[in-house]
Design a protein around this ligand. Structure first.
Ligand SMILES: Cc1cc2nc3c(=O)[nH]c(=O)nc-3n(C[C@H](O)[C@H](O)[C@H](O)COP(=O)(O)O)c2cc1C
Length: 189
């Protein structure tokens, strides 16, 4: 059984560090044989600020970018958000991407990889938990929070995790598998 896990990269700014963190986590996630992993880079996906006239619950999408985004999220059964922390909160990009859809997110688990300074991006994660639960998702308490994340980036711009970070990623991915299975069964029942 393979579960489609979509890893969503939240930072879109020039010079962003997100791809360095994302590449590390992507390789780890690929080692979980139950997951078929895909990276969704919001910079490439390039959604405008939410521009649909109808509530997403109705799924009466008028824009091609929304129809494409809907299909991409609908086929996933689990998510990981890779998020920076901006001004003690989440980046607007992830919230905007969430606001486009409703049913496509429902009853699916989401794990978080966050990074920042002393906070390790934890305030961004806390803020993301509000819209995820409103959308019926299951935000995992087991997260990968990376404080002073620049210390883990080597001269070749490769992320070199320490043991506690690897362990937290392992714990989170195991829980994500368990929730994915449970919620998939629940949706299908
Ligand atoms: C607009 C802005 C706000 C920021 N606010 C925070 C913050 O509140 N907490 C924090 O730990 N780091 C903060 N930082 C520093 C980021 O952790 C750092 O720039 C990181 O590289 C951002 O991720 P990105 O490069 O993938 O965009 C901020 C950076 C920017 C650009």
């Amino acid at each position: 059984m393979e579960y489609k896990l979509k890893i969503i990269v939240g930072s879109t700014r020039p010079g962003r560090k997100a791809p360095i963190v994302a590449d590390w986590f992507l390789e780890l996630a690929k080692q979980y044989s139950n997951f078929e992993v895909e990276l969704l880079d919001l910079k490439e996906i390039d959604l405008p600020l939410m521009d649909e006239p109808n509530h997403p619950m109705m799924q009466k999408y008028t824009k091609d970018h929304t129809k494409k985004w809907s299909k991409t999220i609908d086929e996933a059964v689990a998510f990981v958000f890779i998020t920076p922390e901006y001004n003690y909160g989440r980046p607007a990009t992830i919230k905007n991407a969430m606001d486009y859809l409703f049913n496509e997110w429902q009853e699916k688990p989401v794990g978080f990889v966050s990074y920042g300074g002393v906070s390790g991006g934890t305030r961004a994660v806390q803020e993301l938990k509000l819209p995820t639960t409103t959308l019926g998702m299951m935000p995992l308490p087991q997260a990968v929070n990376i404080p002073f994340f620049a210390q883990f980036i080597n001269d070749d711009n490769v992320f070199e995790a320490n043991e506690p970070l690897k362990k937290s990623a392992d714990v989170m991915l195991n829980k994500l598998q368990a929730w994915t299975k449970a919620l998939k069964e629940m949706r299908e029942a």
